[in-house]
Design a binder for this molecule. Structure first.
Ligand SMILES: Cc1ncc(COP(=O)(O)O)c(C=O)c1O
Length: 388
């Protein structure tokens, strides 16, 4: 399919053919790991074959140049400068790189929220154990109708001892878009640096990374940018780069931000090198067309399910991107185990894939909409839940 054809492609069933997804599935979970178009997988495969044809020339001569070109291309999409961006395998690696590079004193406070991603919370726990920091996790209002309430909740957690704000751009469990620019402003007013976990943001919301005003921003390319698995980036403001080191120290140590992160030992860089192919795909479709259609579909479907279940959606429409949460009908305890068990039952019995997670005192279904979804996918979820 040419790029012109992609630009005119109707979403839904025609788009589904561009992916390797199980044809039986109602796949309502692009959020967890994304879905990579077959054309991007083929590009990645070609990169791997090129690597295996002459591995030494590939790693010594080709990779350093191609990696920078891919970073430059991604940076262009994100409104950033190429040398302010390095690739990492995933958002977790990027968050580790920043959090474990910074130096803290005993009693320093790191402010985050109760919506923080579980793996990132574990990194913060590690810093509590090793550096003696105190992690402050205010509870966000939930369900939430306006972003001012979110800003107020975070503001209440700021103290004279706060040394860092760690904020999700789009929270994993709730799908809530946090008002990042306002939170950055709040933190900066007290001289507190900000680390943004934007695992879900690139491709799902319009994004100008430097304009967020944060010190460091992490983002995944494999969730909403159509890249192969294992493609993520770390952006650091120019004056915050020297203090950063990758989770794995290698030859580049002491050589500066790009040198340290671009080489951390032999590894398969094909997912990163295929990021330009993924961006070609997205740009041919039209990033705004994709965002707007997915947002409209997922918020409408969330409202339909909420009225079928006589429950509610988690947030007002503008606080959702291409994901939205709906409270599940009562009956199950609000625990991770109950949510995981229900998710597995829905898949095993009905071939409906949707994550079910606790937020506050209930279980919530986190719906995603990607270009291959159709309203009937969500109707299948309603039928599956009704059938038990
Ligand atoms: C907010 C947030 N941070 C970090 C991650 C981790 O992403 P990865 O598995 O790519 O490291 C996720 C994954 O869903 C997430 O939602």
């Amino acid at each position: 399919m040419t790029n012109d054809d992609l630009g005119r492609l109707p979403f839904g069933h025609p788009a589904r053919r561009l992916f390797a997804l199980d044809p039986e599935a109602a796949f309502l979970n692009n959020g967890s790991f994304g879905a990579c178009p077959t054309r991007v997988l083929e590009a990645q495969d070609a990169i791997r074959r090129e690597m295996e044809r002459q591995p030494v020339a590939f790693f010594a001569d080709i990779l350093p140049v191609r990696l920078r070109a891919a970073a430059q291309r991604l940076a262009g999409f994100l409104g950033a400068a190429g040398d302010d961006i390095v690739f990492v395998e995933n958002a977790t690696a990027g968050m580790n790189a920043v959090l474990r590079s910074l130096r803290f004193a005993r009693g320093d406070e790191i402010l985050t929220t109760d919506h923080v991603y579980g793996a990132v919370r574990q990194v913060l726990r590690h810093l509590e154990a090793t550096a003696g920091v105190v992690v402050v996790e205010p509870t966000l209002p939930w369900p939430v109708r306006d972003e001012a309430a979110v800003v107020e909740a975070v503001a209440r957690g700021l103290t004279p001892r706060t040394r860092l704000l760690v904020i999700d751009h789009i929270a994993s469990r709730s799908a809530l878009i946090l008002p990042v620019a306002k939170l950055v402003e709040l933190a900066k007013a007290q001289g507190v640096p900000v680390l943004v976990d934007g695992a879900h943001a690139p491709g799902q919301v319009e994004l100008d990374v430097p304009a967020l005003g944060a010190d460091w921003v992490i983002g995944n390319c494999h969730k909403w940018l159509f890249a192969p698995k294992g493609a993520a980036f770390l952006w650091a403001r120019a004056d915050r780069q020297a203090e950063l080191h990758p989770p794995v120290i290698s030859h580049g140590y002491g050589g500066g931000f790009v040198a340290e992160f671009d080489w951390v030992g032999t590894r398969d860089a094909s997912a990163w090198l295929a990021v330009p192919d993924a961006l070609d795909f997205l740009e041919a479709l039209g990033p705004a067309r994709v965002r707007e259609r997915n947002h409209a579909l997922v918020t409408a479907m969330a409202e339909t399910l909420a009225s079928a279940w006589r429950t509610e959606v988690g947030a007002a429409r503008p606080l959702f991107g291409a994901m939205a949460t709906v409270r599940m009908p009562a009956g199950l305890p609000p625990t991770w185990e109950a949510g995981r068990a229900l998710r597995k039952r829905l898949w095993d019995t009905h071939r409906v894939e949707v994550p079910i997670m606790p937020v506050g005192d209930a279980l919530w279904a986190r719906l995603s909409a990607q270009i291959f979804n159709v309203p009937d996918d969500y109707a299948r979820l309603a039928r599956a839940v009704a059938a038990g």
